[in-house]
Design a protein around this ligand. Structure first.
Ligand code: ADP
Ligand code: MG
Length: 319
């Protein structure tokens, strides 16, 4: 049994005129200690996928799946009350904007302690909080405990959120663009910290980013999403060395290369359509340099070969 098993997950927003589909037939699984990346431009369905797993989607969201199972539980069958017992204890999440995830009026140490109050019966909670604060690399933890969020830098706040997410040693941590709001050096420190916690506690990490370079730093496996469809998935190094889907190639070419500042940075032509403008056929054909008539008519199937998956009629040839 896998830790997280997702089969044919479809997420949509029904309204009076029909329904807009944000995620289609998503399929993946994670084992204990895995780090899986999800990459794709804004609007590809990364956040709704993580919120669906956490049971945190808006009431207007319809979640359907053949299987959506975590640690032996059917997540589709859980009540909000049952989700509350799992969230923060067995699975937890960190977001892009640490400031908005914290209460501005409550000292940061207290906010970490609240997780312990809900989920554990240990008595000396404050020392456990200070211990985890030190573990995530926060200096002067005893003093910091009493400070308010606005007194901390973005990188320190993200460490507070990681401490909060990790204090119960969950089996799964979902990180939704956790380093996007941070500068590059702090970003690297946070990635190192997450890798260390992953090794130390065997916490599986679902790591979401729009940036393939960040994914490459932390993940073994990656899934490339576009408009809610898996376009390509497999070992990170393979996708980076030999991308087959033109969309993966486009994401790769858009990675900034600091030593090549003289060259203009590549961007994939066009923009991600809104859900209501989602094209027929392959979702990416309107922006794809390899698109032909068939791509405009038919959705390419997701073809699986071992741990590698590809959705494309006309893959990029190897260089
Ligand atoms: N509650 C909602 N109601 C309607 N549309 C939504 C809602 N939440 C997200 N969407 C749409 O679903 C798509 C995927 O969103 P999201 O998962 O946030 O993308 P990503 O995180 O990859 O940028 C977007 O087109 C977004 O506008
Ligand atoms: Mg998002």
């Amino acid at each position: 049994m896998s830790l997280l098993e997702v089969t044919d997950l479809t997420i949509s927003f029904p309204d009076t005129t029909g329904r807009e589909i944000a995620v289609s037939e998503l399929k993946f699984s994670m084992e204990t200690g895995d780090i899986l990346g999800i990459v794709g431009e804004s609007g590809s369905g990364k956040s709704v996928t993580s919120l669906a797993i956490m049971g945190l989607t808006n009431p207007n969201t319809l979640i359907e799946a053949d299987r959506l199972e975590f640690d032996g539980r059917d997540l589709l069958a859980l009540s909000e009350k049952e989700f509350q017992q799992i969230r923060g204890r067995l699975m937890s999440m960190i977001f892009q904007e640490p400031m908005s995830a914290l209460n501005p009026l409550v000292p940061v140490g207290r906010q970490i302690e609240e997780v312990l109050e809900i989920h554990s019966d240990i008595t000396d909670r404050q020392s456990r909080v200070i211990e985890i604060m030190k573990e995530v690399g926060l200096p002067r933890a005893e003093e910091l405990y009493h400070q308010l969020p606005y007194e901390l830098s973005g990188g320190m706040l993200q460490r507070i959120l990681i401490a909060m997410a990790m204090i119960m040693q969950p089996k799964l941590l979902i990180a939704d663009e956790p380093t996007t709001a941070l500068d590059v050096t702090v970003q690297a420190q946070i990635l190192r910290l997450m890798k260390r916690l992953n090794t130390q506690y065997q916490t599986a990490i679902l790591f979401i980013s729009h940036d393939l370079a960040v994914i490459r730093d932390i993940c073994q496996q990656v899934m490339v999403l576009y408009l809610g469809y898996i376009m390509e998935a497999g070992p990170v190094e393979q996708l980076i060395k030999r991308p087959k889907n033109p969309y993966t190639l486009g994401l790769l070419k858009s990675i900034p290369r600091p030593h090549r500042k003289d060259q203009p940075l590549y961007t994939i032509p066009g923009r991600v359509p809104s859900l209501s403008e989602r094209p027929q056929g392959c979702p990416f054909h309107t922006r794809c340099f390899k698109a032909r008539e068939r791509c405009r008519q038919e959705l390419p199937p997701l073809v699986e070969t071992g741990d590698y998956k590809l959705r494309c009629f006309y893959p990029v040839e190897e260089a």
